[in-house]
Design a protein around this ligand. Structure first.
Ligand code: SF4
Ligand code: SF4
Length: 329
């Protein structure tokens, strides 16, 4: 009940600082991730570093049969998930996505290759097979909890186990979570989940997701996944600075010939008030399995409370009248 009452003082919409909204009076600058998918090489170093640092149990190492993906989706034991999307695209776009200097993707169209900023290794055989390539490209994206400004998981939690930190990130406090699972259905991105096993793991039955390495942040360290990323696809820092950097990078890619490049979660006016983890995508969000227009699922909670209060007042008024008139018409 106390968690519910403290929530009444919180904002469910608008441009707010989540740390201030969470009760911190003088928080440090909001921290977050800018994930530039255009330079992701799908190495999964982020997934491994996350598991290693956070002592997350193994959750199946079988290929899904859906591209080179062996984790499938975000979940209670997969706090970073690298999506591998095989996409057939018009030849000029495939050519635009070629890795400069390698010849990969060259010969697919007339547009010159675009320098996405990827490393330029010398590949075995160099350009020998490039002419055989088809209209195909890889889209890779390291997905994570979005650390929403207006986080539905946090809004619905009856125990206060989910909370905004002083960095504006969203964490689960394992010792307070009662495993009710309300947060699981509330998250508009399908991120959070109760851990099903293995037996003996201390977090079994408890809601789990990325903490943005809260323990590392309090020591002034970079989150494990960002630290491990070899191409700087995952960039960590002050959110305002990251947002500026992302706009510059988007302009660069569009100008270079990636017309469908777009930012996702960057806009503070979107349905969740902007996200602490946002992305630069090379195509529409649906292509990556992301909801195109997510909305915080508790957006109608204030109106519902008002209507519930009105209904209660009406009932109370009726009871008072009935009592005063002795039940006579
Ligand atoms: S993405 Fe889902 S789990 Fe993460 S903060 Fe937003 S609502 Fe919560
Ligand atoms: S910030 Fe930490 S907990 Fe979150 S995905 Fe990266 S390594 Fe995992």
């Amino acid at each position: 009940m106390s968690a519910f009452l403290s929530d009444l003082g919180r904002s469910f919409f608008g441009d707010v600082d989540p740390a201030v909204d969470g009760g911190y009076e003088d928080p440090p600058p909001r921290k977050g991730f800018f994930t530039d998918t255009s330079v992701c090489i799908g190495c999964k170093a982020c997934e491994v570093a996350c598991k290693e640092w956070n002592l997350i149990p193994e959750d199946g190492l079988e290929l899904t049969g859906n591209s080179y993906d062996n984790t499938g989706s975000l979940g209670s034991s997969t706090w970073r998930h690298v999506a591998f999307i095989e996409q057939e695209v018009p030849a000029h776009l495939a050519a635009a996505s070629a890795i400069p200097g390698t010849g990969a993707g060259a010969g697919l169209g007339t547009a010159p290759p675009v320098d996405l900023g990827l490393p330029t290794p010398t590949l075995p055989g160099e350009t020998a097979d490039a002419g055989d390539a088809t209209d195909f490209r890889w889209l890779m994206e390291s997905d994570v909890c979005k650390h929403c400004t207006h986080a539905a998981c946090l809004d619905v939690c009856p125990t206060g186990a989910l909370a905004h930190t002083e960095f504006g990130t969203v964490v689960v406090q394992n010792d307070i979570c009662n495993g009710c699972g309300y947060c699981v259905s509330a998250c508009p991105y399908g991120v959070i989940e109760r851990r099903p096993g293995p037996a003996g793991d201390p977090a079994v039955g408890i809601a789990q997701k990325c903490t943005l390495c809260y323990d590392r942040l309090t020591e002034g360290m970079t989150p494990a996944c960002a630290k491990a990323c070899p191409t700087d696809s995952i960039q960590f820092g002050d959110l305002d600075e990251l947002r500026e950097r992302a706009v510059g990078r988007l302009d660069q890619l569009v100008e270079a010939g990636e017309p469908r490049a777009q930012l996702y979660g960057h806009d503070a006016r979107n349905g969740v008030g902007g996200t602490g983890a946002f992305f630069l995508l090379l195509d529409d969000p649906e292509v990556y399995g992301l909801p195109p227009d997510p909305v915080v699922t508790t957006r109608r909670a204030p109106a519902m409370w008002r209507q519930a209060a009105l209904a209660a007042a009406t009932l109370l008024g009726g009871a008072v009248v009935a009592f005063a008139t002795g039940g006579r018409p």
